[in-house]
Design a protein around this ligand. Structure first.
Ligand code: KG4
Ligand code: ZN
Length: 343
């Protein structure tokens, strides 16, 4: 099948991301991520075991200027030709910090500004890998993060059809909540991955919800099962085996549905994006299954998996090349739908 590359803007863009707990700025030219600086608030939120919106917004205020300066200086530039900024979805206070900075710079430099949807950023993140030569359209994109578990069909560059989503928790939340129950801290995905090394993934039986439904996820039963496991086993619980079993349950569900979905929709390639795409076990399982089934498989570089401005710059670059522009009256929104989403 014919492989295509989306159009990209050939001039430098400053991208800003501040939707949750990372303050990030990047410089992107075309599809090349020239710099990508991320200031994480993880240590601060660790104290409370999760993101506190007011504290997140305040930390963004403190970091935004130095992070932008660092991104420009790492790219060797003092100004750019456009500013792209995450406008939705996310925490309103946090998003507002990024948008205000973006507007100020767009006015100062006299350049266009473009509001970007956070998921459009995740969906475009694989293009930050220069070795990706093209993708067939349509293809499937598994968008799996702390806030989303979605199966999206990418019908053309920047055009999407939502095939399925979670009925309750996102997969990243299942990792985060499981990690908290196991005393492994926040954020949970990486902690579970590390704790699972050498553990027995079949030691504890955990549920796989909606096994025969290729299009929907449900992870809340997994959280309840983990809580029960911790209560029943008490001090006899083997944390390594429990972490490995939880990771296996999540990987198994995502990989099974991806293959069912690819079969039903006649897809010839699958991409995996969002924070959970950093998970080694999930990458390996999907790579193996896709190879077995003759499907292409693409993941973003690790630096573009969890929230970062590089991916926002890639989405901005594509949409600017398509002629899209924002304006200075635009505002943030906690949850607008993805642009280019078809029924
Ligand atoms: O994309 P992201 O940074 O933020 C959202 O848009 O939600 O995703 C964050 C999520 C968290 O739930 C985190 O636990 C998970 O991604 N995550 C991982 C790994 N690294 C981050 N999950 C599994 N394995 C990892 N290595
Ligand atoms: Zn994200």
């Amino acid at each position: 099948m014919e492989r295509r590359v989306p159009p990209f803007w050939d001039r430098p863009i400053l991208a800003i991301e501040s939707s949750c707990d990372e303050t990030s700025a990047a410089v992107v030219v075309g599809r090349e991520v020239r710099s990508n600086i991320v200031a994480s608030q993880i240590e601060m939120h660790q104290k409370w075991g999760g993101v506190v919106p007011e504290a997140a917004a305040r930390a963004h205020v403190e970091s935004i200027v130095p992070v932008i300066q660092a991104a420009l200086s790492a790219a060797g530039l003092e100004k750019v030709s456009a500013v792209a900024v995450t406008r939705t979805p996310g925490l309103v206070g946090a998003l507002s910090v990024g948008l205000s900075a973006a507007k100020a710079l767009a006015i100062q430099w006299g350049v266009p500004i473009l509001g970007v949807h956070h998921l459009d950023g995740h969906l475009m993140s694989p293009w930050g890998d220069p070795s990706l030569e093209g993708l067939p359209y349509p293809h499937l994109c598994l968008t799996i993060s702390g806030g989303h578990s979605e199966i999206i069909q990418v019908t053309a560059p920047g055009e999407y059809r939502l095939l399925g989503e979670t009925l309750d928790d996102a997969a990243g939340e299942a990792f985060d909540k499981g990690a908290r129950l196991l005393g492994l801290g926040y954020p949970g995905g990486k902690a579970i991955q590390e704790a699972a090394i050498g553990g027995n993934p079949h030691r504890y039986k955990l549920p796989r919800a909606l096994r025969d439904d290729p299009f929907h996820f449900s992870f809340s039963g997994l959280k309840t099962a983990m809580l029960r496991l911790v209560q029943v086993e008490g001090s006899a619980l083997d944390v390594r085996d429990a972490a490995a079993s939880l990771q296996e349950a999540i990987v198994d569900v995502i990989a099974t549905k991806a293959m069912q979905c690819a079969g039903r929709t006649g897809s010839s390639a699958v991409t995996l994006v969002g924070g959970v795409s950093a998970n080694r076990a999930l990458r390996d399982r999907l790579a193996g299954l896709c190879a077995q089934n003759g499907l292409g498989f693409v993941v973003p570089p690790f630096s573009l998996c969890t929230d970062n401005a590089g991916m926002i710059g890639l989405a901005g670059s594509m949409r600017l090349a398509m002629g899209e522009r924002g304006d200075l009256s635009m505002d943030v929104s906690p949850g607008d739908s993805l642009p280019g989403l078809m029924e």
